[in-house]
Design a protein around this ligand. Structure first.
Ligand SMILES: [Mg+2]
Length: 399
């Protein structure tokens, strides 16, 4: 897995039902079904013993009772499951700070930047499974792969109580035989359509001519073809990563002067960018929020590509959004509140990268100066407080 990422998907087996079996040892090895009790109650979890009777989650409880009349039917005890979940996530965090929880019993863990643990994904998978078993008594299944999509498929196929490691050069061999119904976003109808056209497996879809697939899948075609080839660049976003960072300011009087509004937007953008850098985060999107005196709130957003925490990038993006909104606004706009925000935040993984210098050298001198200036401003802000240093509007540095 040399330079590839190493991502683990860890998923507890029949979580709620397994917790109940631990809490009530007389239920071990018996069909246990946890779910809602009312008229329209559905199955939340079924133990593997119950699954043998054809009971599955989201099935109506009445149907589950019909299929498994001797099953043990139990109500959902969410507080109890949360407590077990907390202990499982403590195990995750003991091994890496890069944990993205998907639900109480499921998470992605990113070990890409851990030179020691990533050496043996097999040992890592077994260590985690054993630690969870020791801490809670629960079994977990693990998939390890160069990306999230493949890791999740691997843990699904490893269930129950197993693990599958998919090295980078083994991704295609692993995916090719899988049925297309396992692709995210492909329902039964689409899967049937693909099958009839002769593309029943990931491999067939991967090798299919693009126009042919476009005819079958429409706009979804490129995304699904990439997934079938095992391509997925989405980062693991730790829950300690905030979802967004923003700053806004309300005014006692209405602001109607465009130049003044633009200057405030630039200041807010500067502050938001500084907070991103302080937390080593990059934003994939930026937005402005404007509230008019009639308390209507307007938002405008833009993607940042590549993701950024640069003051200059954020200021220019926010200024563009403001300009467009101002031009489209009827009459002469007045504002009570101005805000600048960023979203889809990800860890700045390149922060300690060996290639930082290289990237700097490739950037034009403007980009490099921008980075250096950002750093100076951040230092000054820390020493003197946020109000002391500002850049002038329009991107020219006042330093
Ligand atoms: Mg699970």
């Amino acid at each position: 897995m040399s330079s590839a990422r190493l991502i683990l998907h860890v998923d507890l087996d029949a979580f709620y039902a397994s917790v109940e079996q631990l809490e009530q040892p007389e239920l071990a090895g018996r069909p246990v079904i946890v779910g809602g009790s009312g008229q329209r109650g559905v199955v939340s979890a079924a133990s593997y013993e119950a699954r043998r009777f054809g009971v599955g989650s989201a099935m109506p409880m009445s149907e589950a009772r019909r299929r498994c009349p001797d099953g043990h039917f139990l109500p959902v005890r969410m507080d109890l499951y949360r407590e077990y979940s907390r202990r499982v996530f403590a195990v995750f965090h003991a091994h890496t700070p890069h944990v993205e929880g998907l639900s109480l019993d499921e998470a992605f863990l990113d070990f890409s930047d851990d030179p020691i643990l990533r050496r043996s994904p097999e040992a890592l998978a077994e260590t985690l499974r054993e630690a969870i078993r020791n801490e809670t008594g629960l079994t977990a299944s693990v998939g390890a792969a160069p990306n999230k999509f493949v890791a999740k498929l691997a843990s699904d196929l490893a269930k129950p109580d197993g693990y599958i490691i998919v090295p980078e050069d083994g991704v295609r061999a692993f995916l090719d035989p899988l049925p297309v119904s396992r692709l995210w976003g492909v329902g039964q109808t689409t899967a049937d359509r693909l099958k009839r056209a002769g593309y029943a497996t990931f491999g067939a879809l991967r090798r299919a001519p693009e126009p042919r697939i476009r005819g079958l899948l429409g706009r979804q075609a490129p995304r699904l073809k990439a997934l079938a080839a095992g391509e997925d660049n989405r980062p693991v976003t730790s829950e300690r990563t905030p979802k967004s960072i923003s700053r806004e300011q309300t005014f006692d009087r209405n602001l109607g002067d465009y130049r003044q509004v633009r200057r405030i937007v630039a200041e807010l953008a500067d502050e938001v960018a500084a907070r991103l850098r302080d937390k080593d985060l990059l934003a994939n999107g930026a937005a402005i929020k404007l509230r008019t005196p009639d308390f209507q709130t307007h938002t405008r957003q833009a993607r940042l590509d590549p993701p950024s925490n640069s003051s200059q990038v954020l200021r220019e993006t926010a200024a563009d959004l403001l300009e467009h909104w101002w031009q489209e606004a009827a009459g002469s706009p007045r504002l009570r509140l101005i805000g600048v925000g960023t979203r889809e935040l990800v860890a700045d993984a390149g922060q300690q990268s060996l290639f930082d210098n290289e990237a700097d050298n490739q950037a034009d001198s403007g980009g490099r100066r921008d980075k250096a200036t950002d750093r100076l401003l951040d230092e000054a802000r820390k020493r003197f407080g946020p109000g002391i240093l500002r850049r002038g509007p329009g991107g020219s540095d006042t330093l």
